[in-house]
Design a binder for this molecule. Structure first.
Ligand code: DGL
Length: 262
């Protein structure tokens, strides 16, 4: 009966909803539990050890909810904690990394831009990823402090967001990037603004759909996919007290959000 158990998905806040959406579309029969660690966002400017401890706590909560798999819908949390979570959990743990591989395969100018949090940009995991692909393209990495905070407020085109983006995109445009990697799950929410600022000729890469497919593959391999039985339910939890409106706004429908006290 493990097939009927839910899939746990978490992020520091609303960003993981961009991944949850792909999971929900690809696997509509699955029950999903989404955790927004809104009281501790942003993760991207906190020390790795702090983020790691939060992730261990959230994974513990999801395991206690009998989740059959966990998706770390956050690049920063994956860099900080995915190995520890895999060691600690007996269920599959699916993590994320900036889509450097597809970007390098796609670029024709040979210059790829990567937007990420400072935490991801400075992590060992990301440095190894960069080393792996450095021979194949010039990788221009841009940490983007402040973007997550705006997106968490549901501000997807505020003056502050636009001025931060102008500052962060300028060095990439000067280098003539033709491919731009969204290395943080919050950023797909600002895709329209980003596309307008970089121009139609720049291809923007988001890995949310690929993560949903990887989750499907992992569940299939273990014979854990929910089999029919109608549409699954999605339940929302947040450690913050004021995140319900932003969650509902960005998820696109009214949802009830339970408080997670961890
Ligand atoms: N959404 C997270 C990511 O993919 C980071 C957000 C944060 O800094 O809290 O990296």
């Amino acid at each position: 009966m493990q097939r009927r158990e839910p899939i746990g998905v978490f992020d520091s806040g609303v960003g993981g909803l961009t991944v949850l959406k792909h999971i929900h579309q690809l696997l509509p029969a699955e029950d999903l539990i989404y955790v927004a660690d809104s009281a501790f966002m942003p993760y991207g400017c906190k020390p790795e050890a702090v983020v790691e401890e939060r992730c261990v706590k959230i994974a513990g909560f999801l395991a206690a909810q009998h989740c059959k798999a966990i998706v770390v819908a956050c690049n920063t949390a994956t860099a900080a904690a995915v190995h520890r979570l895999r060691d600690a959990c007996s269920i599959p743990v699916i993590g994320m990394e900036p889509g450097v591989k597809p970007a390098v395969a796609r670029t024709t100018s040979g210059v790829v831009g990567i937007l990420a949090t400072s935490g991801t940009a400075n992590s060992n995991k990301f440095k190894l990823l960069q080393q792996r692909y450095a021979e194949h393209a010039e990788l221009v990495v841009q940490p983007c402090p402040g973007l997550v905070e705006e997106i968490e407020k549901g501000e997807l085109a505020s003056p502050r967001l636009l001025s931060l983006l102008e500052q962060y995109l300028q060095p990439l445009l000067q280098k003539h990037v033709d491919t731009l990697v969204l290395g943080c799950t919050h950023y797909p929410f600002i895709m329209p603004v980003l596309q307008e600022m970089v121009g139609e000729s720049v291809v923007i890469i988001d890995t949310g759909a690929a993560i949903a497919r990887e989750l499907e593959r992992q569940l299939q391999m273990r014979d854990l996919l929910a089999d029919g039985g109608g549409a699954g339910q999605t339940r929302f939890w947040s450690s913050g007290l004021n995140s319900a409106d932003a969650l509902a706004h960005l998820w696109g429908e009214q949802v009830s959000v339970a408080h997670l006290d961890i």
